[in-house]
Design a protein around this ligand. Structure first.
Ligand SMILES: *[C@@H]1O[C@H](CO)[C@@H](O)[C@H](O)[C@H]1NC(C)=O
Ligand SMILES: *[C@@H]1O[C@H](CO)[C@@H](O)[C@H](O)[C@H]1NC(C)=O
Ligand SMILES: *[C@@H]1O[C@H](CO)[C@@H](O)[C@H](O)[C@H]1NC(C)=O
Ligand SMILES: *[C@@H]1O[C@H](CO)[C@@H](O)[C@H](O)[C@H]1NC(C)=O
Ligand SMILES: *[C@@H]1O[C@H](CO)[C@@H](O)[C@H](O)[C@H]1NC(C)=O
Length: 298
């Protein structure tokens, strides 16, 4: 074979592969959702580049055995519209590697059995005592399409209503107000979960419930005229929220004066290093959320 023929073959091969690039199994097409193109290190799972209407919207590390995500990473953009009407979606490539990489809506007819086997489906959550807790929340996005894309069950964990409608929602709103007011450039957010030490509760023996949720952001370029109460919120911020009223109080203490429906679902803000310490303790391995802890480069 001549040199030219070899080059041509390589070209054809490269072109074919860019067409069949998988959105499941590799973060390469969506590394830009992570600070310095560096996904969190230390957790093992199935990478999903979350594609909706042919554009990448965010990235998720999915756990097939738990049928729920370890974390989702996304870029915050100042929200404008309202929360869209939920049209829930799934990831076809988890069931069929050769399928279209776009997330697909659940249709009224029964769900394909390979899809049911490969991931959580709406029936898992319907009539369970858990709400669908977005890791990447609809609130943190500007466009309607980006908001709609967060309504995929691969971005969702079983979250107790007292957390989802209480302290965790307030956290999402606080992050929204802080970033929209003082972050001047990109804000990279990663939101994930901490599993129970033992087996913990599962829905229908199919979907694992997390004991805690955590969130952290990295905003390298920010307005340095910060009010006193936000001095510790830049360039990084982290928080852990309880998803079980009966958890011990070592990681997040309980405010006994909170309203009854939200009591035991507290969220505790903490430095990124403290979050990483708790993650290391629970996962038994070093976990780094941001490249060099999002250290300021200026
Ligand atoms: C959920 O529970 C309601 C009330 O018990 C029942 O009518 C409905 O059929 C249940 N739905 C599913 C999908 O199980
Ligand atoms: C999908 O993308 C096309 C082309 O950019 C656009 O015209 C259409 O409105 C989009 N649809 C949705 C549901 O976002
Ligand atoms: C999110 O931030 C924007 C910009 O500051 C603000 O207009 C909006 O009210 C905030 N939304 C929530 C629910 O906090
Ligand atoms: C930074 O914040 C101060 C105080 O809130 C404000 O006056 C100033 O305009 C902000 N600067 C930028 C570049 O946003
Ligand atoms: C916490 O424990 C109480 C008493 O044992 C129980 O009634 C309640 O359901 C538990 N809450 C959760 C979220 O497991």
């Amino acid at each position: 074979m001549s040199h030219l023929q070899t080059s041509l073959l390589l070209l054809v091969f490269a072109a074919a592969c860019s067409l069949c690039a998988a959105d499941v199994g590799d973060f390469t097409p969506c590394l830009h959702f992570f600070y310095r193109s560096w996904p969190p290190k230390g957790l093992e799972g199935t990478p999903i580049c979350q594609r909706y209407n042919n554009s990448y919207r965010f990235a998720t590390l999915y756990s097939r055995p738990r049928r729920s995500p370890w974390f989702s990473g996304y870029l915050y953009t100042v929200p404008t519209g309202k929360r869209p009407k939920a049209s829930w979606k799934y990831e076809p490539q988890l069931a069929y590697p050769g399928a279209d990489g776009n997330m697909a809506p659940f249709l009224p007819q029964p769900v394909d059995l390979n899809v049911v086997e490969s991931q959580a489906v709406e029936l898992d959550y319907i009539n369970s005592t858990f709400s669908r807790g977005h890791l990447n929340p609809s609130l943190h996005h500007q466009t309607h399409a980006c908001r709609s894309a967060t309504f995929t069950l691969t971005n969702v964990v079983p979250q107790r209503i007292g957390s989802n409608d209480g302290p965790w929602e307030i956290l999402e709103q606080t992050v929204n107000m802080t970033l929209s007011a003082y972050c001047l450039g990109e804000a990279y957010v990663v939101t994930g979960i901490i599993p129970y030490r033992g087996k913990g509760p599962w829905i229908k023996n199919r979907v694992a419930v997390p004991e805690y949720m955590w969130s952290a952001y990295c905003c390298p370029s920010y307005n340095h005229s910060l009010p006193e109460e936000l001095r510790d919120s830049f360039p990084t911020f982290a928080a852990v929220g309880r998803n079980d009223q009966n958890s011990t109080e070592e990681i997040v203490p309980i405010d006994k004066t909170a309203k009854k429906q939200f009591r035991g679902y507290d969220v505790r803000q903490m430095p990124l290093k403290t979050l990483e310490m708790y993650l290391k303790d629970r996962f038994n391995t070093v976990i780094s959320v941001f490249y060099e802890q999002c250290a300021e480069s200026n």
